[in-house]
Design a protein. Structure first.
Length: 347
């Protein structure tokens, strides 16, 4: 067997004789890459470095017992998939139940049968490998599905663009704005990527709103404004597809919510509004203020910043406003650079 394919078995028992007995048993009947540890604290500190395929864990150990070790392993995403077999002198039903509650996959009482323990270890190793392959297949299928659905969503967003509901430059600018804000707020990198990726489709629901309302010059009637509000729900229904992450759905559905609870569609308030929607709200308004629309003239950068500052705590999350103020120069640079795209398309 290739050394890289030899299963790594980590044995943790505070009694040296028990560790030696278990190790010699495993070496006699099968080929394993063995690591022996005498206490739970050391196991927890080294397990990510060792990367065992399976852990054989004693329960009765000083300071940190086997139950607590298992609990901590299962609460760590880096180690929660490692199978744990408890091997202990305890034989009460309560001990077995607790072992399984803590995340153990098996429970072997001492004294153990050598052949039985080898069979159980091999069975759990095979099961873990099967689960890993299945999870990888699910990830691949999910990525394929997300890519397909995202392509369809972008096609619809392009329909917005070519019908002049949204400009290409606006779509690109909000991508950069949202990424700047998410980075400034120190969000996890994966979340930053998702927010930036899906920010451009925030108004995808406008494909379901009559063009004469979207392009109307002048103030909308209350009935027309109610119709405009429907684009959040329409957009949500468009992207409510398998593989599309909640970040995308939250951006589309909640980006018109306001920090003080006066927004739509759900009148959410404060922290109850998803952070990605709070980011999108500011990015969208900034760009809307800076650009000319059928119903308004474009505002200068200073005036736009003043309005956003004054809206901190009412329209916008104060933390998002602070992040914006730290990046206002970058926002302005993005606006000026990508606005050239609109000029090019109009020529």
């Amino acid at each position: 067997m290739d050394d890289k394919n030899i299963p790594k078995v980590l044995i943790c028992d505070d009694v040296l004789e028990n560790r030696k007995l278990l190790a010699s048993t495993l070496q006699r009947y099968a080929k394993f890459d063995l690591t022996m540890i005498s206490d739970g604290a050391t196991l927890l500190s080294k397990v990510e470095e060792i990367k065992p395929d399976i852990i054989l864990l004693d329960i009765m150990m000083p300071e940190i017992d086997g139950y607590e070790v298992a609990k901590q392993l299962k609460s760590n995403p880096a180690t929660d998939s490692i199978p744990i077999i408890f091997i202990t002198a305890l034989d009460q039903i309560e001990s077995k139940m607790k072992a399984f509650d803590m995340g153990g996959v098996d429970y072997i009482s001492k004294p153990f049968s050598p052949k039985e323990i080898i069979i159980r270890i091999n069975n759990h190793l095979k099961l873990a490998q099967m689960m890993a392959r299945l999870e990888e297949e699910v990830r691949e299928r999910t990525q394929e599905l997300e890519s397909l659905n995202f392509a369809l969503i972008l096609a619809l967003e392009n329909a917005n663009y070519y019908s002049d509901i949204e400009t290409g430059a606006h779509i690109h600018r909000v991508n950069y704005y949202s990424q700047l804000l998410a980075q400034s707020l120190s969000l996890p990198e994966k979340e930053i990527q998702l927010i930036a990726r899906y920010a451009p489709i925030h108004d995808i629901g406008k494909v379901g709103i009559p063009t004469e309302i979207l392009k109307k010059k002048g103030k909308l009637t209350p009935e027309e404004f109610d119709k405009i509000k429907e684009h959040s729900y329409i957009g949500y229904k468009i992207i409510d597809l398998p593989g599309i992450p909640s970040v995308a759905k939250n951006i589309v559905y909640y980006h018109h919510e306001r920090w003080d609870g006066s927004g739509y569609p759900s009148e959410l308030k404060g922290e109850s509004i998803p952070i990605e929607a709070r980011i999108m709200a500011l990015a969208d308004v900034y760009d809307a203020l800076r650009t000319e629309r059928p119903y308004k003239s474009a505002l200068a950068e200073d005036e736009t910043v003043r309005i956003i500052e004054e809206s901190s705590g009412t329209h916008f999350d104060p933390k998002v406003v602070d992040a914006f103020l730290k990046n206002r120069t970058k926002f302005n640079d993005v606006f000026k650079r990508l606005s050239q795209l609109d000029k090019f398309n109009k020529e």
